[in-house]
Design a protein. Structure first.
Ligand SMILES: [Zn+2]
Length: 168
């Protein structure tokens, strides 16, 4: 998960208190029945951002326009909020998806998910240096904000990852 206004607390690996779920990890169907509304499941390889198909292995994507963040992840599936994603540029959208995908393959650590996402973007060709700057603007709140340091720090780390030829 990658909250902008608050610290990037991974909903993904936190307890969902609204429904009794085995091991604290819902299936996509359990998640959908819990949040209701127009939430729905998109099969692996069928989720698109600005017309570009997004892949995260065999993980499906749950669409949830009421999610309190742009994206989130539970082990086994990703959650995307198109209502919020519509506000950001294509590279930022793809970075958000890749960040949540990073949690699938690398676990709950936020820096590791950030690094996974920018390296994937560089490798796949959709993340150029100007896109990286858009991501930095996106995660670095206005000056004076208490989270400013956190956003800047994540950004510095991502710039290093982006330059690093070794995959982390
Ligand atoms: Zn995250």
């Amino acid at each position: 998960m990658l909250s902008v206004a608050v610290a990037c607390a991974p909903v993904a690996y936190a307890q969902d208190t609204t429904t009794p779920i085995r091991d604290g990890i819902p299936t996509p169907e359990q998640y959908i029945s819990t949040v209701g509304g127009d939430s729905h499941l998109v099969a692996p390889g069928e989720f698109k951002l600005d017309g570009r198909t997004q892949y995260c292995g065999q993980r499906p994507t749950v669409i949830d326009n009421k999610l309190d963040d742009y994206g989130a992840a539970y082990p086994g599936f990703l959650i995307m909020n198109p209502k919020l994603l519509d506000r950001v540029s294509t590279p930022v959208k793809q970075w958000i998806y890749a960040h949540e995908c990073g949690h699938q393959f690398r676990g709950p650590d936020e820096e590791t998910a950030d690094c996974f996402a920018v390296q994937r973007g560089r490798r796949q060709g959709w993340l150029k240096p100007d896109g990286l700057e858009e991501i930095c603007t996106f995660i670095t709140p206005a000056k004076g904000d208490s989270m400013h340091f956190s956003g800047s720090y994540r950004c510095e780390y991502m710039r290093k990852c982006y330059e690093d030829p070794n995959i982390r």
